[in-house]
Design a protein around this ligand. Structure first.
Ligand code: TXA
Ligand code: MG
Length: 338
């Protein structure tokens, strides 16, 4: 199939909305990462998402809405705590897991009786939801296991020939996927995937915020993941990734001992590159910039032909926790302390 590249203009938005309405898959921009969208109520359309990504059928999709009315069509129960969260954080990068309404087919929810729901803040995403008159199921628009896409070009590269179109809405502002949380009683939430809505921000609205063990640790053998996505290899480019924790001084002397291996690269903070004895890329000066750049940089290492990338670990605080979470998964939990 030919994959069209559409622009952020009235005629192309309408074309994308019509494609979605008619059961096709379209790559769409959101403020977090690009999504691979289809009508969440259309099982055949949703199956095409799983096929295009090569995604395991038990890994549920997030449903994107543009109006609060749609929340009540997608979820069968919206407790007061969910209403409080929605009022505070939507539109924005927060996904709330709620009991699924019968309107949503089980293929969309990966066979679960719950669904993840969010209202994106990206104007193009919301315009498409409105114009198509659909709620949109959309996982990140990468090939399964590969770093998430933050530009239309990333999506095109992964999905060319597999989907009807990609709508170019520019570079994603946040750069990493939404915070995913589940409600545990009237005053408790559990973060299953950290994102730009941080634990600190949530604590201002919810008395008890727990960060699930799987955010920083590998799932133990025999344990069931609270979020099916936790059990799969993620965000990995072709190059092997190793996360290295420690001061710049220690990182610098440690990396100099790796420089004789071929294809060794480093990913470091802006300004550190001048101290590093192997070729490197940088990923910003603070956690916000690291979030914006991390996936694009992981992809860039494949373009360069890197074999092994040593990443200077970000500070795992605030949105930095989300960056750290993506990187330890990209590294298959290989972390070195120097
Ligand atoms: O920012 C985002 O969330 C992006 C954009 C496109 O909106 N979407 C995204 O979707 O990251 P995806 O499919 O790549 O990641 C969704 C994660 C997966 O780990 C999935 O297992 C989890 O959310 N998830 C979805 N529905 C769930 C549910 N009902 N229960 C538990 N986990 C769920
Ligand atoms: Mg994903």
């Amino acid at each position: 199939m030919e994959t069209k590249i559409l622009q952020d203009c009235a005629t192309d938005l309408l074309e994308a909305a019509t494609l979605l309405r008619n059961g096709n898959v379209v790559g769409i921009p959101t403020e977090t990462v690009y999504g691979l969208a289809a009508d969440a109520t259309n099982s055949d359309a949703v199956r095409q998402i799983f096929a295009a990504k090569g995604r395991p059928a038990d890994n549920p999709l997030i449903i994107h809405i543009a109006e609060i009315d749609q929340l009540y069509k997608v979820a069968s129960d919206v407790p007061p705590l969910a209403q409080k969260l929605e009022k505070q954080f939507w539109p924005g990068p927060l996904t709330i897991i709620l009991p699924k309404s019968p309107n949503i087919p089980s293929v969309t929810s990966g066979g679960l009786d719950t669904v993840g729901i969010r209202m994106p803040s990206h104007t193009v995403a919301r315009a498409l939801i409105r114009l198509s008159n659909c709620v949109l199921a959309a996982p990140s628009a990468n090939r399964s296991g590969y770093p998430s896409p933050t530009t239309a070009e990333h999506v095109y590269r992964d999905m060319c020939g597999k989907i009807a179109a990609v709508l170019d809405g520019g570079v994603c502002d946040v750069g990493i996927e939404s915070t995913v949380l589940t409600l545990e009683g009237e005053n408790d939430v559990r973060i299953l995937r950290p994102g730009a809505v941080t634990a600190e921000m949530l604590k201002k609205v919810v008395p008890n915020v727990t960060i699930d063990n799987a955010v920083l640790h590998q799932l133990e053998n025999g344990k069931t993941a609270k979020s099916p996505g936790m059990k799969y290899q993620h965000y990995s480019p072709k190059a092997k990734i190793t996360l290295v924790k420690g001061s710049l001084e220690h990182f610098t002397s440690w990396i100099s001992q790796q420089q004789n291996d071929t294809g060794v690269y480093a990913l470091v903070f802006d300004g550190e590159e001048k101290f590093i004895s192997v070729p490197c890329l940088t990923y910003g000066i603070d956690s916000k910039e690291q979030a914006q750049q991390v996936f694009a940089k992981l992809r860039e290492f494949d373009d360069i032909g890197a074999n092994h990338v040593y990443v200077h670990a970000p500070i795992a605080d605030g949105i930095g926790l989300a960056v750290y979470n993506r990187l330890i998964r990209a590294a298959g939990f290989e972390v070195i302390q120097v």
